[in-house]
Design a protein around this ligand. Structure first.
Ligand code: ZN
Length: 213
């Protein structure tokens, strides 16, 4: 099985303390097979092409040791700039964050956006069960229809992660939904890397036959 960690911040984010290389080398030390860099779009700003090139360079540099993916975390408070779908065409994926936050952009607006993105799209640290209740919608159906994957965020900052570990009913709903699920450590500093949690989440998804994005 593969161990993936598709949510990591570097110095390209205002809150990341490490370089992309440090994040990647830490992942190699922790036996991760696929590492995704997902800095915040609102702090990268005009440096987006530079960021993309930088991560491409890392992909090549580490290609014999680990698979590196170039992602982007898109803030939804407020709505991101309209140039993003085109600017991220060649990215491996983007993550929309915190859609269950009352201050987040409207879900319907995000779904309209989703149509414009050519790369894979996921929801980062969003409790889709709560989101479904907020909008009175079947989020499973929507995510299948719009081809959106879900992230299990192991940082410990989002209660839905613990909920998923302990709630059989919710786990089964995801298991039978066919929705791909990624695992993200949401690392901002490698000194706090939660290896045990990353491994456990990956193993759980693998055991349940839940596909990766
Ligand atoms: Zn993040």
């Amino acid at each position: 099985m593969l161990y993936v960690d598709l949510h990591n911040h570097t110095k390209f984010s205002y809150d990341g303390s490490n370089t992309p290389e440090e994040i990647i080398e830490n992942a190699i030390r922790n036996s991760i097979d696929v590492i995704g860099i997902t800095d915040h779009q609102f702090t990268i700003g005009d440096n987006l092409p530079l960021y993309f090139e930088y991560i491409q360079h890392c992909k090549i540099k580490y290609k014999d040791k680990i698979k590196v993916l170039c992602g982007l975390e898109i803030g939804t408070r407020p709505t991101p700039p309209e140039s993003l779908p085109l600017a991220t065409q060649q990215f491996d994926y983007v993550l929309f964050e915190c859609l269950d936050d009352p201050r987040a952009a409207d879900l319907y607006e995000i779904l309209e956006w989703r149509r414009l993105f050519k790369c894979k799209v996921g929801l980062a640290h969003t409790d889709i069960f709560k989101l479904g209740e907020m909008y009175n919608l079947d989020m499973i159906k929507i995510m299948r229809e719009y081809n959106i994957f879900w992230e299990l965020n192991t940082s410990g900052n989002y209660p839905y992660y613990y909920d998923f570990l302990t709630n059989d009913k919710k786990r089964k709903i995801i298991q039978y939904s066919g929705i791909p699920v990624s695992v993200g450590s949401d690392t901002h500093y490698i000194g706090e890397y939660r290896k045990k949690q990353i491994r456990r989440a990956n193993e759980l998804l693998n055991k349940m036959g839940i596909p990766l994005p």
